[in-house]
Design a binder for this molecule. Structure first.
Ligand SMILES: Nc1ncnc2c1ncn2[C@@H]1O[C@H](COP(=O)(O)OP(=O)(O)OP(=O)(O)O)[C@@H](O)[C@H]1O
Length: 249
């Protein structure tokens, strides 16, 4: 494969991460390169380091060894003050939406970027299908709409890349479908992202690429089809229940 230009690449090079004073090794020599123009799903069993990968990508966690390079710049060794602007370009959406309940949706989005114009704020809400709800308060929303508001908070920053940690976990089918529609529309507009997900139906529908973390390394980086149809034991253990369900249904 031809190497990606720096302007489109997120690179992990021989990354090592351990917790509890080195006793709990999570990543040991993970190397992978993803395009920030694509939607890359991060798959793997629970606790293998998928969220750790997101935190590394934007410098919320520094590796014990190895390099993390985003758009040609070392993230792992950058001073914290330089990471703040980087995180506006590549916001990381954690699982909980973290909205202020006493502020309207419009105000919640505005708070993410007080310098934004009202048009920009409303455009961000429109992109997630919530413009009609701009003057409502978060407690009036269901969990899916709260999640979409959190996405609007990231979009108002006019990001180059988005990192989503399990964006539909805990949502019912309908709410998850609405969040997936937002992901699909961002993808259609050419905005890339990294999505930590256990939902292989969603992965199959949306992913350009899949990165699997297993055995403390990158066990697979390729197409969703290649991932789902692989016979490699470390991938089969993840995909077999889904593939069997797909055949049955
Ligand atoms: N700050 C921390 N201190 C100690 N251990 C941590 C810390 N952060 C992560 N870990 C451990 O690192 C491992 C990987 O965590 P991570 O959250 O990346 O897993 P994950 O693959 O996203 O899991 P899940 O699918 O369950 O969300 C886990 O065993 C977790 O307990």
């Amino acid at each position: 494969m031809t190497p990606l230009p720096d302007s489109e690449a997120l690179r992990f090079r021989d990354v090592h991460v351990a917790f509890d004073e080195g006793r709990r090794r999570v990543l040991a020599g993970l190397t992978a390169e993803v395009s920030t123009k694509e939607l890359t799903f991060i798959a793997g069993a629970s606790g293998t380091g998928k969220s750790v990968l997101c935190r590394l990508a934007v410098g919320l966690l520094r590796p014990d060894a190895g390099e993390v390079v985003l758009w040609g710049e070392r993230v792992d060794s950058r001073p914290e003050r330089e990471l703040v602007p980087l995180r506006r370009q590549a916001p990381y959406l954690v699982q909980g939406p973290a909205l202020l309940d006493w502020r309207t949706l419009r105000q919640n989005v505005w708070l993410a970027d007080p310098a934004a114009s009202v048009d920009d704020v409303d455009a961000a809400l429109a992109q997630v299908g919530l413009l009609d709800w701009a003057d409502r308060l978060p407690p009036e929303l269901g969990p899916g709409a709260k999640k979409r508001t959190a996405i609007a908070r990231a979009l108002v920053l006019k990001p180059r890349y988005l990192l989503f940690d399990e964006p539909t976990t805990g949502l019912d089918r309908k709410a998850a479908g609405q969040v997936e529609e937002v992901l699909a529309s961002l993808k259609a507009r050419g905005l890339g992202g990294m999505v930590v997900s256990h939902d292989y139906r969603q992965l199959k529908a949306l992913a350009d690429r899949v990165l699997v973390v297993a055995n403390k390394q990158c066990a697979y980086l390729g197409t969703p089809k290649g991932f789902l149809e692989s016979s490699a034991p470390e991938l089969r253990v993840l995909t077999a229940p889904f593939m069997e369900g797909a055949t049955d249904g």
